[in-house]
Design a protein around this ligand. Structure first.
Ligand code: FE2
Length: 277
């Protein structure tokens, strides 16, 4: 959280998080990825906040399921990628209150700009929302199902090179950015990192903290991008250690040995190894 934007997790469905963002000067409040309406309305009520923005990172049901009920219960405006709105796959796209977001476009929450970053791969219309660090306050990244702690989204619509490009854009964000993802997958993803043999004291230290949080039923998120940049193998497909780990698991991909693979090819194999894990 920054002094200008307060962020609150709202657990939804099985393991989703919707994120409430409250801008303290204007009193405006956004929800990112409401998988359900009821828990959002309950959280708004308990905080005394009024919903002004509904933002979807992508069209999957567990990220948009609350749209219609929230549009009915509030005067909020709806924001989603131009691609997803054009394809009419966002509930409420025909409400007259839907606004398209394009890559690089700033969206104002009160006085605070959130920048749209197009991150195709998990789906073709996927976007992330970013608020840059200010003075000593960390930045905020809402990554949906593109970047998870220690993992990334599955390839439902895009290609591995597309998702690798998208992740490289997120990787380039400042290290003091807090990453808020769409799911609580951190501990599950850590098993895959260990399976790859990419253990390190830093990973163990991070996981100890995450396990403590989960034992109290707290989210492991947000996480600092500095930690993801160091520990998330999906952000490091161009790192020789990660490439070597993929090659060591080539039993699932016979014929990989002796080939010089590009980072995007390494990334593709890494994603496939995770799919079969
Ligand atoms: Fe998704």
């Amino acid at each position: 959280m920054t002094s200008d934007i307060i962020v609150k997790a709202v657990p939804c469905l099985q393991d989703n998080y919707a994120w409430l963002l409250h801008e303290s000067h204007s009193g405006q409040t956004a929800v990112i990825d409401p998988g359900q309406a009821e828990p959002i309305l309950a959280a708004l009520h308990s905080q005394g906040w009024t919903l002004s923005h509904i933002i979807n990172t992508h069209h999957h049901g567990d990220h948009v399921g609350g749209n219609l009920a929230l549009l009915a219960a509030t005067n909020a405006q709806l924001y989603a990628s131009a691609y997803d709105l054009q394809h009419q796959r966002i509930p409420g796209s025909d409400s007259g209150r839907a606004h398209p977001l394009h890559d690089g476009q700033p969206l104002l929450l009160g006085t605070q700009p959130l920048t749209t970053i197009a991150v195709p791969g998990h789906t073709l219309g996927h976007i992330a929302l970013y608020h840059a660090p200010q003075d000593t306050e960390p930045g905020l990244l809402f990554s949906g199902d593109t970047l998870f702690s220690l993992g990334c989204g599955r390839l439902f619509e895009g290609t591995a090179p597309q998702l690798w490009q998208s992740l490289k854009r997120l990787r380039a964000l400042p290290a003091n950015t807090l990453m808020y993802a769409g799911h609580e997958y951190t501990l599950k993803n850590s098993s895959f990192v260990r399976y790859l043999g990419l253990n390190s004291p830093e990973l163990e230290e991070y996981l100890t903290k995450c396990q403590q949080k989960r034992s109290k039923n707290h989210p492991t998120l947000p996480n600092l991008m500095a930690i993801e940049q160091n520990l998330n193998p999906f952000l490091r497909a161009d790192c020789p250690k990660v490439a070597a780990a993929v090659m060591n698991h080539r039993d699932v991909e016979p014929g990989l040995a002796n080939q010089a693979l590009s980072p995007q090819e390494i990334f593709g194999y890494l994603r496939r190894l995770r799919d079969n894990f």
